[in-house]
Design a protein around this ligand. Structure first.
Ligand SMILES: NC(=O)c1ccc[n+]([C@@H]2O[C@H](COP(=O)([O-])OP(=O)(O)OC[C@H]3O[C@@H](n4cnc5c(N)ncnc54)[C@H](O)[C@@H]3O)[C@@H](O)[C@H]2O)c1
Length: 365
């Protein structure tokens, strides 16, 4: 078995959680609690190396990745130091539309003097030099141009692409065709949480539907205190995030009972600085059951948003590597359906998990 050579775009809180989570398992060898798959394609999560990285933060670019992980405004501190990626230097990414107005005071971007073509050339050279095989995208919500830049770099350099944020690449047929033509796997879009608001909301909605009930109205309000939530105060950047989160629930409801826009509200709703990486989700479902009798339920979820994302990313990365090993390309349908909020093909979570496990076993033979 080889190592999994990953490049990261956006060295923010999600990546800090992913890298520190892997470090945690390295230090606690007997502890596999919290993992959905101990191995995928023969790879444990310790086989993941972060060999290249790109960001725009003045305090991150040019630094060893092991240092940048702990730099502001990253809040994750599950371990004090990290044994990986001392030799990986954070490269400069083009800023494009990466920095929204509400985070401009939290992320001081590098003064960008190089032209886009020069940065593109540098990125390609770095990916080739480091033999990066998978690019994972953690850019802020609303970074359409920056995400497209990095999806193109993946195509140019022959990397698999994992898109953890809500710009539609794996679920966009035009982009998907480009990856198919290059024979490269793509997983996306917009990562789910291990025990996140989307999976909880979907599970409760499915429970209601399986029991023959009708859902009349539902909301999911999310608040948090990191840059991701600050960024999402800018409503113009949110369009695809709202589609992604809303469709994740709507897609479970039979077409004839699809909720009107006025009856479904799903979205991040506020930024509360002292919450840091803690995310609170408030979910309400109103409906009717047997004999048309009404019911409602409310759930309050209190979670670390970044543990949620890291626990899924370790599976997405290993699925992408398995696909590369076996020459499987295009949209990894089941990985995307199980691990992402906005896959090309939505399916129930149970069905997606079963299909994903069968797909893994088939390729492992
Ligand atoms: N559970 C979760 O945390 C979760 C779930 C679904 C989706 N996501 C998405 O994942 C993404 C990352 O979340 P996060 O919490 O790490 O955000 P973050 O704000 O902590 O990190 C974003 C990083 O991207 C960098 N950046 C900004 N513009 C850039 C550019 N042009 N090129 C390269 N780097 C750039 C920033 O400097 C920062 O380091 C967000 O879009 C978020 O919505 C997160």
């Amino acid at each position: 078995m080889g190592r999994i050579r990953v490049g990261v775009v956006g060295v923010g809180n999600c990546f800090a959680g992913l890298a520190q989570g892997i470090e945690y398992y390295k230090r606690n060898k007997t502890q596999n609690l919290g993992l959905m798959h101990e191995t995928i394609g023969g790879y444990s999560i310790e086989d993941i190396d972060f060999v290249s990285a790109f960001d725009v933060g003045e305090n991150k670019v040019g630094k060893p990745l092991s240092e940048a992980i702990f730099s502001d405004p990253n809040y994750v501190k599950w371990v004090d130091t990290i044994s990986c990626c001392n030799n990986t230097k954070v490269g400069e990414s083009p800023i494009l539309d990466g920095i929204g107005v509400y985070v401009a005071s939290m992320i001081k971007p590098i003064k960008q003097t190089k032209k886009l073509e020069a940065l593109e050339k540098e990125a390609v050279e770095e990916i080739e030099r480091t033999e990066t095989k998978i690019l994972i995208n953690y850019l802020p919500v609303g970074s359409q141009k920056a995400t497209e830049f990095w999806a193109n770099i993946a195509l140019k350099t022959g990397c698999a692409f994992i898109n953890c944020m809500p710009v539609f690449i794996a679920s966009n047929k035009v982009w998907l065709r480009k990856f198919e033509e290059k024979g490269l796997p793509v997983v996306g879009d917009d990562i789910k949480g291990v025990i996140g608001a989307t999976i909880t909301h979907r599970t409760l909605a499915k429970l209601c539907l399986d029991r023959g009930a009708v859902i009349d109205r539902t909301y999911q309000i999310n608040v948090g205190g990191n840059t991701d939530f600050a960024n999402m105060l800018e409503r113009e950047r949110l369009e695809s995030k709202k589609i992604s989160k809303t469709e994740a629930v709507q897609s479970l409801i039979p077409k004839k009972r699809r909720l009107a826009d006025k009856d479904i509200y799903i979205g991040p709703s506020d930024f509360i600085p002292f919450l840091g990486n803690t995310k609170l989700a408030f979910i309400r479902i109103e409906g009717r059951m047997f004999a048309n009798v009404p019911f409602n339920m409310e759930v309050r979820l209190d979670v670390d948003d970044k543990a949620n994302s890291g626990g899924i990313a370790v599976d997405a990365i290993r699925c992408a590597q398995l696909a590369l090993d076996k020459g499987v390309s295009g949209n990894l349908t089941y990985a995307s359906a199980y691990l992402m909020k906005h896959p090309l093909i939505q399916m129930g979570d149970e069905e997606a998990r079963q299909n994903l496990d069968e797909w893994i076993s088939e390729l492992e033979k």
